[in-house]
Design a protein around this ligand. Structure first.
Ligand SMILES: N[C@@H](CCC[C@H](N)C(=O)O)C(=O)O
Length: 278
């Protein structure tokens, strides 16, 4: 029989958006609890809960809530499109509304639930200046001086996008970390390999900074759609076929809108022993 007495610690939710999975900690009404050590311990898929990102909800004076993101290696992320959509779903359900505003490191964002049940967030304008992304030196982000002619786009976090004839054929486990740690990216980078399926459809595989290969990546889908439209490969509205499902991106005048499915998987409690490890 389970000793419930040892399981009185911190509550959390497990959610995912197209297989990009998250631990969500709701710290509204109290102080933030996440540290790099706690994120690393919880992110361990064998000894912790396991996630691509941890999202911590905090009170906000200027929006419905604030949101911080942590990768499974314990590093911070300035943006996470899929975790944003998941947490917005949660908060909208809690408030009984179909629209919310939030504040992230990127600034104030807005999200809505569509009639189709998909949750959409305006991820803001893409960052196209080398210093904003950031890159280590003043090179053209649209054509980086790297083999394969990738583009760099910032969505509040850095992305390096390669357009290849066949994304399936890329050795992502080898190429991902090589590019993530390339000296051109002083804060490391997320890495995308995309191939054109149709003028409104791309196949996309992602290596995430601080998390490795993931089944989907919302900010990566946005950055890839922006780079594809700028190269004239697609229009500004595209479907991204990722390993875990489909995401839709619409680059509008008011920002890059990301839409897709969200799911709540389970709720749990961290044991005091787990919290003490961190
Ligand atoms: N899963 C993400 C992106 C998460 C952050 C990334 N690994 C980083 O360090 O920038 C998404 O859905 O956007």
């Amino acid at each position: 029989m389970m000793d419930m007495g040892t399981l009185t610690g911190l509550g959390f939710l497990k959610m995912h958006g197209a297989g990009n999975d998250f631990v969500v900690i709701d710290s509204r009404g109290r102080g933030a609890v996440t540290t790099p050590a706690l994120a690393r311990a919880l992110g361990d898929r064998n000894r912790g809960v396991g996630f691509d990102q941890l999202a911590e909800i905090r009170d906000s004076g200027e929006a419905d809530f604030e949101l911080d993101f942590w990768n499974s290696d314990g590093s911070r992320a300035g943006a996470c499109g899929n975790a944003t959509r998941c947490v917005c779903d949660l908060v909208m359900r809690g408030l009984g509304r179909d629209a919310v505003s939030l504040v992230t490191a990127r600034g104030r964002l807005h999200a809505v639930r569509g009639a189709d049940g998909l949750v959409s967030v305006n991820m803001g304008a893409p960052q196209r200046l080398w210093s904003e992304i950031p890159l280590a030196e003043a090179v053209d982000p649209a054509h980086l001086p790297l083999a394969g002619d990738p583009a760099a786009v910032g969505m509040g976090n850095p992305h390096c996008i390669f357009f290849v004839p066949d994304a399936e054929a890329v050795d992502l486990a080898a190429r991902g970390p090589e590019i993530e740690h390339h000296p051109l990216f002083p804060q490391r980078t997320n890495v995308e390999f995309a191939s054109l399926v149709a003028p409104d459809r791309l196949r996309l595989r992602v290596w995430e900074r601080g998390a490795g290969i993931t089944l989907a990546c919302g900010s990566g889908a946005c950055a890839t759609a922006v780079a594809a439209a700028e190269r004239g490969l697609t229009g500004r509205r595209v479907t991204l076929e990722m390993d875990g499902g489909r995401l839709e991106v619409d680059w509008r005048k008011d920002g890059v809108w990301l839409s897709g499915p969200v799911a709540t998987v389970f709720e749990g409690r961290l044991s005091p022993a787990m919290m003490a490890q961190a």
